[in-house]
Ligand binder design. Structure first.
Ligand code: ADP
Length: 600
């Protein structure tokens, strides 16, 4: 049931703030009641001015009101004291309306900000806690849209539209009940146009929205065009394309203008025609009310107050029809939000937490990606002793990086086993495993923070000497020292831009400071020049603690000193041995070594 899903999601997203939300709706109901009741008091006032007969023939609930206002003394007492009782009552209820309105606005603002935070946090928490393969399945752009636009749609639904529904329902209900008590004929005639107005507004606003979306889309296309042209300015200039690009942009512009005019026309028509219906409903009520009054069926007090009630009902009905027509958009947004919320969270906490020295054994491991058509790695077996360095080589797509994904359990093996220090990694707690096996990726990402914050995110407890050691081993210490702000230099989007090699070395320092016994350089040394590569590897060998080091690389010069070199071809291990051993075999490694040897 889509509507049930909508409720469930709103309930989940606003967890912890339900009470304040409900109170904001209750204060709105109180506000509506007070405003309807203070309007009704105008009838009591007019009837009182009309004299005793008028009051005695008033509907039963008006009699109750008089009894309450006069504390049981009756209509005669009210007529004698109307000079103060009624104005005081009208002002008191007006003041209560104002207090309830203030209460509602305060609670609503509080609920709005609290719910907004809780929505963002709930979705962000989920995104941070789902497993890695989910991000491969879901498209990044879609996720960002869900976190921004879809959440905004639901926030508006909860804060604005639900409160509008609440307002309309109670306003129509209270006005309807009072109106019915005053004159059922007038109620029927006055409300006859309401369903027509509601359905008409509901259907027509959909067309307005459709045209608005088209305008929005063409505006987005224009923005994309501008963005692309700014990004590709060199290309445009290189091929003398300035004039063509401007002409092209004019097409986008005229498309936008066409859509914009069509949207504005439709929305003007919507507001004009629904206004006519609203005024039509009021006119019918007034004319029929005058007719009933001229026949003596209702008195002037009923005529005036009925007209006021109709006036109070019509506008919220039109607004609710407009909000309700958004239901399709709410449901679509909810579907996208549910794709995140329904994703199971990754279990990071259960499992063993043994101390790890770094002995790694792959035993007949096979794996294929959920959407892959063949095994990414197939029947892979090898052993690396604690403290050894193993180089993984092979062509692009041979399965090298998949090893790193499996070793950190971002994906689980399909068959075979991976053991670290004799523990099958599936039995080790994921948090613990990822503390002990650290990958350094080829394309390093630095957050918009300082260099030290970027490095320390791998180990919050590290002190300055540890920070300095990590940057020295990564051979980036001197570069950082030359920056004006040293370790506090801001990097990332809003900070200083580092070269690819510098970023890479900061990422290596970040990997090293984690002080894990197993480290994987996933093509990351290939991004630095050969000299720095050699320097970093030399620095690594001087470390007191011995690391089990996996180096995924294309360079023979990087691989040749490793204790073990494993060559991958098409997901399988094709060769394994030391540099000298592999040079004796007529395989891929020898061929690569010869080619790279010739290039030097
Ligand atoms: P390498 O690191 O040797 O370049 P990978 O380990 O990245 O190769 O990839 C091995 C194989 O798995 C390739 O055929 C690649 O296309 C495929 N592959 C990699 N990542 C995914 C993925 N997320 N989904 C499906 N197939 C993938």
């Amino acid at each position: 049931m889509p509507v049930k899903k909508l409720w469930k999601t709103c309930y989940e997203l606003s967890r912890g703030h339900h009470l304040v939300y409900v109170f904001s709706l209750l204060s709105q109901i109180l506000m509506v009641f007070c405003s309807v009741f203070s309007t009704f008091l105008i009838k009591v006032l007019l009837d009182t001015l009309g004299g005793l007969d008028e009051l005695l023939s008033a509907p039963f609930f008006e009699q109750w009101v008089i009894t309450i206002l006069t504390q049981g003394r009756g209509p005669g007492y009210l007529i004698a004291n109307q000079i103060y009782i009624l104005p005081v009552a009208v002002v008191s209820f007006g003041a209560m309306t104002a207090i309830a309105s203030f209460l509602r606005m305060s609670l609503r603002s509080y609920a709005a900000s609290a719910i907004n935070c809780s929505m963002q946090l709930t979705v962000f928490f989920h995104l941070e806690s789902v497993s890695y393969p989910y991000f491969k399945k879901a498209k990044g752009g879609d996720l960002i849209q869900t976190c921004t636009r879809d959440l905004d749609v639901i926030r508006k639904f909860m804060i604005a539209d639900l409160s509008n529904f609440n307002y309309t329902i109670w306003m129509v209900l209270f006005c309807f009940l009072f109106l019915l008590g005053l004159s059922w004929e007038l109620t029927l005639v006055s409300m006859a146009l309401f369903p027509v107005m509601f359905i008409y507004s509901f259907l027509l606003i959909k067309e307005v929205r459709k045209r608005y979306r088209k305008t929005d889309d063409s505006e987005a296309r224009m923005t994309d065009r501008i963005q692309e042209n700014i990004g590709a300015v060199r290309l445009v200039k290189a091929f003398n394309s300035e004039k063509r690009e401007v002409e092209n942009f004019e097409n986008y512009l005229s498309d936008f203008r066409k859509n914009f005019i069509s949207w504005r026309k439709m929305s003007s028509f919507f507001f004009a025609s629904t206004d006519i219906l609203v005024f039509g409903a009021k006119l019918i009520s007034l004319i029929y009310g005058i007719y009933l009054a001229s026949q003596g069926i209702i008195n002037p007090g009923t005529l005036v107050v009925s007209f006021l009630f109709v006036n109070m009902m019509v506008w919220p009905i039109r607004d609710t029809a407009m909000s309700l027509s958004n239901l399709g958009q709410y449901l679509a947004s909810i579907d996208r939000i549910r794709l995140i919320l329904d994703e199971p969270l990754e279990d990071l906490e259960s499992g063993l937490t043994p101390s790890i020295s770094g002995h790694v054994v792959f035993n007949d491991v096979s794996f294929h990606f959920p959407d892959g058509d063949k095994d990414a790695i197939s029947h892979v077996s090898f052993e690396v002793k604690a403290g050894q360095t193993v180089a993984i080589m092979g062509k692009t797509g041979a399965g090298k990086s998949t090893l790193a994904l499996l070793l950190t359990r971002l994906y689980e093996t399909d068959s075979g086993s991976i053991k670290i220090d004799d523990y099958d990694i599936k039995t080790i707690q994921k948090h613990h495993l990822r503390k002990n096996v650290v990958p350094i990726l080829q394309d390093p990402f630095l957050f918009s923070k300082s260099i030290s914050e970027n490095i320390l995110m791998a180990n919050q407890k590290a002190d300055l000497p540890q920070l300095k050691l990590a940057t020295r081993v990564a051979s980036i210490d001197e570069t950082i020292a030359n920056f004006k702000d040293g370790y506090e230099t801001q990097v990332g989007e809003k900070g200083m831009s580092l070269s690819g090699g510098q970023k890479q070395r900061v990422a290596i320092a970040r990997g090293l400071i984690a002080e894990s016994p197993i480290i994987i350089f996933d093509d990351s040394l290939s991004a630095v020049d050969t000299e720095t590569d050699l320097k970093i590897r030399r620095n690594l060998s001087t470390l007191e603690r011995k690391l089990t080091t996996f180096i995924i690389t294309h360079r023979v010069s990087t691989a040749k000193d490793a204790d073990l070199i494993i060559v991958f071809e098409d997901g399988k291990v094709s060769e394994m041995g030391t540099h000298q051993e592999l040079l004796l075999k007529p395989g891929l490694y020898k061929r690569i070594a010869e080619i790279q040897g010739r290039m030097v």
